[in-house]
Design a protein around this ligand. Sequence first.
Ligand code: NAD
Length: 371
Amino acid sequence: MASNKKLMIMAGDGIGQEVMTATLKVADWLSKHRSISFDVTEGLVGGAAYDAHGTPLKDETLADAMAADATLFGAVGGPQYDDLPFELKPERGLLTLRKEMDLFANLRPAMVFPALVSASTLKPEIVSGLNIMIVRELTGGVYFAEPRGRTTDEDGTVRAFDTNMYTPPEIERIGRVAFDLARKRDGKLTSVEKSNVMHSGILWREVMTALHKAEGEGVEMSHMYADNCAMQLVRAPKQFDVLVTDNLFGDILSDTAAMLTGSLGMLPSASLGAVDATTGKRHALYEPVHGSAPDIAGKGLANPLAEVLSFSMLLRYSFDQGDDADLIEKAVEKSLEGELRTGDIMADGFTATGTDGMIDQVIRSLDELSR
Ligand code: NAD
């Protein structure tokens, strides 16, 4: 039975287009073999939109993304756009989408597939079997709160300042996303702040504690200072299941966690908006963590697995198709045991391949797993 989910596709620039084309082969496989099909709308974003329309995101494309059940995004940017004015830069297309869709929750899983244990800079026993989820508040805190700016005193002293401000509703809504995720995983949540030295941290801890009492049934929550968390992430990362934190700490901690896994070409992400009380739907955008990789763009060398795993997150969190997401993740894991690998995850004993070879290996794994 077809379910006709509205899927918006924005490949963007550089390898964004290559990894998207590859990932659509997985979507196509699902349409043929599983009980799901997609009503796909495509839109230009970033440099591709600028080249065609003189803007990194047309209003119509934004409207299509707002109307879709979920958006799968590639990557934007490239050196040919470096001299464009700020408002026309490719990255503005992505930032506008995040802002207009009010995507306040950024989900960054850090998983280490068994076949890639040696790609991490940490010892195998520290990262083997690692599977953590970092939930970062994305639209508030120090990157947005006012006052922020730069002044010069009469005596010539320059001051630059930012404000790390949160309100209880902002903390509650990201907290709810984290509790929901923890319930679907191992039921463990670590709330991260610096309540020892920051007022915003004290409020964060108070609100998370109250929310846990009111709505956190089935979730075991603990608190941790952000500096200790950074240390624990490289000392014993497997102690964590879900981590929730503010915009600034989340930015840093999610990159730290990402590097535990070894390759940028393997890292997916999701950005979620609030659930609409009437429709029960939420805006959501899924994208690989990597950029448009101009150094390898157009050569067919990009690893498509981060985009494939972003698509699997989309199925899990927007389409409630956990079984299909599980199958894709198993196929990725199995494909990593195959003989072909892209350059970014190359190791002794494997044969070099490109985007097509890697995705064909995933499709073969899907075929084998579903026999
Ligand atoms: P990048 O992620 O594009 O590339 C960093 C390095 O990782 C490069 O050597 C690249 O070849 C490699 N790499 C990245 N993804 C890979 C993959 N899937 N397979 C194999 N190798 C891969 O970061 P950058 O070089 O700092 O930025 C390039 C452009 O991308 C810039 O214009 C930047 O603004 C943009 N960017 C966009 C996003 C986004 O769209 N969300 C994110 C980051 C950077």
